[in-house]
Structure formats: C-alpha cells, structure tokens
Design a protein around this ligand. Structure first.
Ligand code: ARG
Length: 279
C-alpha cells in the first residue's frame, strides 16, 4: 500500500479548468462556477473538480453485498458505502451515491465524466480498465469463487462443457475468468448477482463465478443450498475508479485512504463487514 505524506486535507472548490471540463456535460445543474482558485493557497495542495460542489458523487452497481447493497429499509449500505463516507469526511466533503447502474457501465460513466466523480464498487484494478480510467491505491484484496449447488456433486473439470451453464455478472473479472478457464462452458452474463445465484439454486444454471467475499456473504445470508466448489486465487485488488482528467482527486483520495488506514477506520470497517481485519 503506497503512502502519501501530504500535510492536510482541504476542501477545494472547482477551478476554471473544472468548469471547462464539465461544460457540455448534461446533468443536474451542478456545474461549478468559473473560479480562478487553483489550489489551497497556504498548502499548495493539488486541487480537483467535483460534479457537485462539496460532494463526492459515487456511481455503483448496488447488488454486491456486503460491499454495496440496498437494505430492507431501502438504504444503500455496505463496506464501500462506509468507506466512501469515511474518505469524504477526511476530504471535508459529504458522499452521495447515484441510483443503481449496471456494473459494465461504471467505467464508461467515469471515463465520460460529468455524472459521478468516482466509482467505488468492488472494482478490480485491471490493465484493460486502466486504459479508460485511473485508479487509486488498492483498498482491498479479493479472489474469485466458483459456486455450485451443494447437492450437485460437481468437480471443477466437469464444468468445462457446452451443456453446462455458468452465470456471472456481465463485464466482471469473474466473467473474464470463465471465458479464459472454462472456454467450452456456456457462459450466462447477467446484470444481477442475486439472479445468478437464484438460477444456480433452482437448477437453471450449473455454476456461478463471482468475487469470493461476495460469495461467502451471500451464501451465508441467503443461499445455504449453494457451496463454494473452488476458491480461485486471482489475486485481485479493488481500487476506486477516477477520471484521468481529475488527477488531483486521485491524489486526495489516496491521502484519505492512507489516513483511514492509519487511524484504524479501515480495520474497524473490515471487522464490521467481514468479521475480521484479515482480508
Ligand atoms: N471485482 C469484480 C470486478 O471488478 C466484480 C465487481 C462487481 N461490483 C459490483 N458492485 N457489482 O470485475
């Protein structure tokens, strides 16, 4: 985990360049006024632009428990939600989450700009995505899980066959893993993780590949008839996607990440959502 040792966190208003960048972007009337302030005068901190002043606006797919999901009361909750609030607080901002969007639209949304500042959504840092967006330092390690019905008796090798349907969330690293490692199977990309698990549960699909912490959480919460056949050591790391047009925001987020690591907030949140800090 790289560390930044800047002095302080400052709330930064949009600069003239910000207004120029945002010009022409549709949206919610939040375009910032032109303002010549480039940075905090006292510290010389790099500045950044925000879609909405004073607010870190996040876009995510919200069916990824325990990272981001809608609870029974309709609130958006999860590890990433708590983390983004903690980061925003360090930056002197508040945090808002846009309504649910399909996972494979998140990187394009950040790349395009104008709608959200960041995507914190259990997004794995990959070379392919780095062609379109930048990422902060990693904030969590993850692997994949191969899920089957507990009663199926499948071995992994049985699954690489055309009559085997394997669900995944469209555009995820699990989706890519199936294509590379079970090329003969019939891949079923879905917008919704729960729909995939439901399908394995009812026998529509024979397996599903999804991030291990999500598999562990959702199987424990709702799918006791499913089991993790194999933990796949992909060695992924989650990062926060940011536009290449907003390098100051990446720097500020990295500082805030280092601060929540240092002050124990990160461990607290891991303990709260995963029952361990060892993740
Ligand atoms: N880590 C995987 C990836 O980046 C899956 C992320 C899915 N996230 C979500 N909020 N649905 O491809």
């Amino acid at each position: 985990m790289s560390s930044m040792n800047r002095r302080s966190f400052v709330k930064v208003a949009g600069a003239a360049g910000a207004a120029a960048l945002l010009a022409g972007c549709s949206g919610n009337g939040t375009q910032e006024p032109a303002d010549d302030t480039q940075s905090d005068d006292a510290t010389g901190e790099a500045d950044y632009t925000l879609v909405k002043e004073g607010v870190l606006t996040n876009v995510a797919e919200l069916g990824f428990s325990p990272f981001e999901y809608i609870d029974d009361e309709g609130n958006t909750v999860g590890f990433d939600v708590d983390l983004s609030n903690a980061l925003a607080e360090k930056m002197g901002l508040t945090c808002e989450w846009l309504p649910n969007q399909a996972f494979d639209t998140l990187v394009p949304t950040i790349k395009q700009g104008g709608k959200a500042d960041i995507s914190i959504a259990g997004v794995t840092i990959t070379d392919e995505r780095l062609e379109d967006v930048d990422f902060t330092d990693p904030y969590l390690n993850s692997n994949q899980a191969l899920i089957v019905a507990a009663s199926s008796g499948y071995a992994t090798d049985d699954l690489d066959a055309a009559d085997v349907q394997i669900a995944c969330q469209t555009g995820t690293t699990g989706d890519a893993w199936i294509q590379e490692n079970l090329p003969n199977a019939t891949r079923v990309p879905l917008a919704d993780v729960t729909a995939g698990m439901m399908g394995v549960s009812t026998g529509s699909y024979q397996a599903m590949v999804i991030d291990l912490p999500v598999a562990q959480n959702m199987l424990a919460q709702s799918f006791s008839d499913l089991t993790i056949l194999e933990e796949i050591p992909t060695g992924e790391q989650y990062g926060i996607a940011v536009s290449y047009d907003n390098p100051g925001l990446k720097d500020a987020l990295n500082e805030a990440l280092a601060a929540v690591e240092a002050d124990g907030t990160m461990d607290e949140l891991k303990q709260k959502w995963f029952g361990t800090t060892d993740i």
